[in-house]
Design a protein around this ligand. Structure first.
Ligand SMILES: Nc1nc2c(c(=O)[nH]1)N[C@H]1C(S)=C(S)[C@@H](COP(=O)(O)OP(=O)(O)OC[C@H]3O[C@@H](n4cnc5c(=O)[nH]c(N)nc54)[C@H](O)[C@@H]3O)O[C@H]1N2
Ligand SMILES: Nc1nc2c(c(=O)[nH]1)N[C@H]1C(S)=C(S)[C@@H](COP(=O)(O)OP(=O)(O)OC[C@H]3O[C@@H](n4cnc5c(=O)[nH]c(N)nc54)[C@H](O)[C@@H]3O)O[C@H]1N2
Ligand code: SF4
Ligand SMILES: [Mo]
Length: 719
């Protein structure tokens, strides 16, 4: 049999690029190209996507269940592994089990459709995820302003005339909460059509280099800059609100204390520049403000995300072509009927707020260490590595070692999963189906693409089946059934029957198509969705299978007020929980900024902690270095290495001198610090250090409980 070329979506970042994957007779990936016929990504491919085959065939991947055996692991069968899990969880007191869900769940079918079942089965409030080390402030702000935390506007990249970007570096990250394959190309196109790009970042990034204007900003001060803009818009009569809003006067009052002159020192941005920005945002035919991770994982993360969309609204660009708009995905859209509420309960030890049913990962170690009723005794992790990704990672590392029981669903033995009693591996990527339930909610064009598995599962269970079986095992349900009696089939049938019943379509069960119950669920979601065959359109699983390069569903369209879930049915410009936090921001104006602060950064050929085991991806520009301005290095007497210390810990790091970083700021990427017990041979040779030894889990964005990674006070000195 000759090599065969098949199509699938890249699962490695939020850009959802189409891939053309060539496989040999033995089902090994020979090569990967960008799919030129994908209407959204049009052939774009980055170095990570090009390494899809190397990742899929990494010899260090876990391929069978592993059971702890002394200091190491032994291979085991699935029945033995699940029987052990069921027996262990039978001993765990109610409320003492926890779950941590990592970033790749945003990319998998298992993550979207089956984790809710696992969460319910654990019957615990100890639900943690990478969200509270990432985008939770954006979701909380959206929840409070629009009534639903999934109703997040994205910049209308392909049509905007003016883009103000803060704390994002899509030339390395390829974009986040803004699904846009070939983000770099879209930014170049913006400039080519006469638009303007302004980038705000403490580093002169590759994205900044491409922009018309780059503004250095003191880490953690974006909310001050945005308030300076809001103040100017009101002060100079530049507001032009075109949607139905509540709270305009409260917003104006909140901004009174933040005129550009008052925020200049804190931000490092001249008052005239701030006023000019406000005027340009208001005057441009269309404009959009977009802010990402550099502004989320910061002291005032949620206030910043609020002010981003406050500015978009005040300039008349919310929900308007070329402004900030809401995607309308083919499946998995908003179902909520009641307005979003924050802090419905709080964490046991530190009383941090619940958000979207989760507690902040910044308090996971507290909940493991602190005795009493509700102390965490057992943990399930799915696709996560909190030892390297959560604040105070070293403390968490010690905490995990003391648990009674831990299960991890993961591809690798890594710094976190090494503590597990059982590791359950997902199948190879080429054996997994792909549909972007989550990321297409944030796309800059409406689009849908489904990729069935390229290679059959053989003896291996799908990740969805693993998660569904895990849910059964931890809750004492029968987990060993097969066929229609298997946990996954039973879960799917329940969902399908319930959904059909609610839609008054129970008689249509037999019309659902698909190779298995997961595909039938997708068929149902597509058919009932906004473009669906049972909803006046023509979309179904079959349409997507017939269009394997993906389907363009058109440019973003205005969706207000229909998409709102606020009680007022208006855009809330001054949610009380956010207005209340402005006092904290005001107090910060008077405080003296630390002499040196730490921020993070992303690297083109990395992905958080888990792509350092591919030889072609590590080395060269992809190294774990502390970026330092040459003037600071001279002043501090730094050599090739430096000692960096924070309230949480201390590290010896490799120094990289670069004038592209602000004086008084140093940058260390996260995801490095590969420890002795992982079985990732290449990663071990490029170990680096764990940036989250320095980040401090006692410091959070008060509103959302999100970890603070940017603006961490540190001292740096010679070794
Ligand atoms: N200091 C600092 N810390 C940070 C950040 C920062 O900027 N600075 N960024 C934060 C952000 S934005 C994020 S999202 C988090 C990430 O935090 P995490 O999600 O905890 O960490 P990852 O490194 O993404 O780990 C992903 C894990 O999933 C596994 N995996 C990969 N694919 C699959 C799959 O298909 N199925 C399963 N079951 N497992 C899979 C990998 O082997 C890896 O172990 O880190 C956060 N931490
Ligand atoms: N190649 C690659 N791509 C990735 C990832 C990866 O690890 N590698 N991770 C993925 C994940 S999980 C995510 S969440 C996304 C994130 O995607 P992005 O948000 O684009 O992330 P970064 O590239 O880290 O860009 C954040 C920028 O914020 C700047 N910054 C730091 N502090 C501040 C501040 O206080 N204010 C301002 N204005 N800027 C600040 C940093 O210098 C940095 O340039 O990327 C995803 N894509
Ligand atoms: S940009 Fe993201 S989705 Fe596209 S090829 Fe690279 S890793 Fe894959
Ligand atoms: Mo992330």
């Amino acid at each position: 049999m000759a090599p065969r070329s098949l199509l699938r979506t890249c699962p490695l970042c939020e850009a959802v690029c189409g891939l053309t994957v060539t496989l040999d007779d033995a089902d090994q990936v020979l090569s990967v190209r960008g799919d030129r016929d994908d209407p959204f990504s049009k052939g774009f491919l980055c170095p990570k996507g090009a390494s899809f085959g190397k990742l899929d065939g990494d010899p260090d991947l876990v391929t069978t269940p592993l059971i702890r055996d002394g200091d190491g692991f032994r291979a085991a069968g699935w029945d033995e592994a699940f029987d052990l899990i069921a027996a262990a969880f039978a001993e765990i007191p109610r409320g003492a089990a926890a779950v941590y869900l990592g970033n790749p769940n945003a990319h998998t079918v298992a993550g979207a459709l089956y984790l809710p079942v696992l969460i319910r089965a654990l019957s615990t409030r100890h639900i943690y995820s990478a969200s509270s080390a990432d985008q939770m402030p954006k979701q909380v702000a959206a929840g409070l302003m629009f009534g639903d935390p999934l109703t997040v506007p994205v910049p209308d990249l392909d049509r905007t005339d003016f883009l103000l970007m803060l704390g994002a570096n899509p030339l390395e990250s390829n974009g986040s909460l803004c699904t846009a394959p070939d983000f770099p190309g879209r930014l170049k196109a913006l400039r080519a059509r006469g638009g303007k790009l302004v980038v705000v970042d403490p580093r002169e990034t590759r994205t900044a280099a491409l922009a018309d204007q780059h503004l250095f900003i003191r880490p953690g001060s974006d909310a001050y800059l945005l308030f300076g803009i809001v103040h100017t818009l009101f002060d100079e009569g530049l507001t032009d609100v075109r949607v139905d809003v509540a709270g305009l006067d409260e917003l104006r009052a909140s901004a009174l204390d933040f005129p550009p002159d008052a925020v200049t020192e804190r931000t490092g941005i001249p008052a005239d520049t701030i006023r000019a920005l406000a005027r340009e945002l208001a005057a441009a035919p269309t404009s959009a403000v977009y802010a990402r991770i550099g502004t989320c994982t910061a002291e005032f993360g949620t206030l910043t995300q609020w002010l981003v969309d406050a500015v978009n609204t005040l300039t008349g660009n919310l929900d308007s072509p070329g402004g900030a708009m809401f995607a309308e995905a083919a499946a998995g859209g908003v179902r909520r009927s009641k307005p979003f509420r924050l802090g419905r309960w709080t964490s046991r030890v530190r009383e941090l707020p619940e958000a979207m049913g989760e507690l902040p990962v910044a308090t996971l170690a507290d909940e493991i260490e602190t005795p009493g009723e509700g102390q965490i005794r057992a943990l399930v992790t799915v696709a996560g590595n909190p030892v390297l990704s959560a604040p105070s990672g070293a403390r968490l590392d010690r905490g995990l070692a003391g648990l009674d029981f831990m299960v991890s669903v993961d591809r690798y033995v890594n710094e976190t999963t090494r503590h597990a009693n059982v590791i359950l591996p997902p199948p190879r990527s080429v054996q997994s189906p792909h549909f972007d339930f989550a990321l297409l909610q944030f796309a800059v064009r409406n689009y849908a693409r489904y990729s069935p598995p390229l290679v059959s599962l053989g003896e291996r269970p799908s990740e969805s089946a693993v998660v569904a079986r895990l849910a059964a095992a931890v809750s004492g349900q029968p987990h060993a059934g097969t066929g229609a009696e298997s946990p996954i089939a039973m879960v799917d049938e329940l969902v399908i029957v319930g959904t059909l019943h609610n839609a008054d379509m129970s008689e249509r069960r037999d019309e659902l198509t698909g190779e298995n119950t997961t595909e039938q669920r997708l068929d149902l979601m597509l058919k009932l969705g906004p473009y669906g065959a049972w909803n006046g359109g023509d979309l179904s699983l079959k349409t997507l299978l017939d269009n394997p390069h993906g389907l363009d569903l058109g440019p973003l369209r205005p969706r207000l007020p229909g998409v709102l879930r606020t009680a007022s049915k208006q855009v809330e410009l001054a949610p009380p929980q956010l207005v209340a936090d402005v006092a904290r921001l005001r107090a910060g104006l008077a405080s003296t900024a630390p002499a040196m602060v730490l921020i993070g950064r992303r690297q083109l050929r990395s992905n958080n902690s888990w792509m350092h085991n591919i030889a072609g991806l590590v080395g060269g520009s992809n190294r774990c270095t502390l970026q330092v301005h040459p003037d600071d290095a001279t002043r501090l007497g730094l050599g090739e290495q430096a000692e960096i210390t924070s309230a949480a810990g201390s590290l010896t790091v490799q120094v990289e001198l670069t004038p592209t970083i602000m004086r008084g700021v140093v940058s260390l990427p996260h995801g490095w610090g590969h420890g002795a017990s992982t079985t990732q041979s290449v990663a071990l040779a490029h170990a680096g250090v764990n940036a989250n030894v320095l980040t401090d889990d006692s410091v959070v964005d008060r509103v959302s409980g999100t970890a603070v990674f940017n603006g961490v006070p540190v001292t740096v000195g010679p070794v």
